[in-house]
Design a protein around this ligand. Structure first.
Ligand SMILES: [Zn+2]
Length: 196
């Protein structure tokens, strides 16, 4: 028998609760956008990876008709599998995609400094990801890293060390034995495969 269940469901408050909390904390400027939250029931793959969620624009006509400015779509099963901090991390990611267009470009955009179109709709763009390699291991092995990839490597190392420092700090305050000054290796690139 053919499966004819709807592919999308309107959120009944579950997504909104977490997203609102993350938005209030990290992106208060986005409060002027009316966001619609929906669940995607089907799996969607991109470049061989499961897509957890997406941040989407809504057409000008639908913005006027339905009152939402933008949409966040989350894969239901992935959402259900995440713990609270994983859900907050996903919300942080999706909300990062929305970028208000400032009226005065010299100042950061917020509800008072945001460009509006002729119909009074708030202008925003979708910020692309900072890291997107799309390379094969064999290709990188053969040709090495390009300037962009070298930049990504340095950034990842910097972020890795930043978190390592945080972890070390936590450890030393826990055990209260911070006597020795650990010398750190500058390149701590662990070979660990990650899904995201
Ligand atoms: Zn994204």
């Amino acid at each position: 028998m053919e499966d004819t269940a709807p592919e999308f469901h309107q959120d009944e408050g579950e997504l909104q609760k977490i997203f609102d909390s993350v938005r209030d904390k990290h992106y208060p400027e986005l409060n002027c956008l009316e966001l619609q939250y929906v669940f995607r029931m089907k799996e969607k793959m991109h470049e061989g990876q499961l897509v957890y969620g997406s941040a989407e624009k809504i057409s000008p006509r639908d913005r006027d008709l339905y009152g939402y400015d933008a949409r966040v779509c989350i894969h239901k099963e992935s959402w259900d599998d995440l713990n609270r901090s994983g859900k907050r991390k996903l919300a942080f990611h999706e909300l990062m995609h929305f970028r208000l267009t400032p009226e005065d470009k010299a100042m950061p955009a917020d509800e008072h400094n945001v460009k509006k179109d002729k119909a009074g709709r708030i202008c925003y763009t979708l910020r692309p990801h900072d890291f997107s390699l799309m390379r094969f291991t064999e290709e990188l092995e053969k040709f090495g890293l390009s300037d962009t990839e070298e930049y990504v490597r340095l950034e990842l190392n910097r972020i890795h060390e930043l978190h390592q420092e945080k972890k070390d700090k936590k450890k030393s305050t826990k055990t209260k034995k911070s006597k020795t000054d650990k010398s750190k290796r500058p390149t701590g690139g662990k070979k660990k495969k990650s899904k995201k």
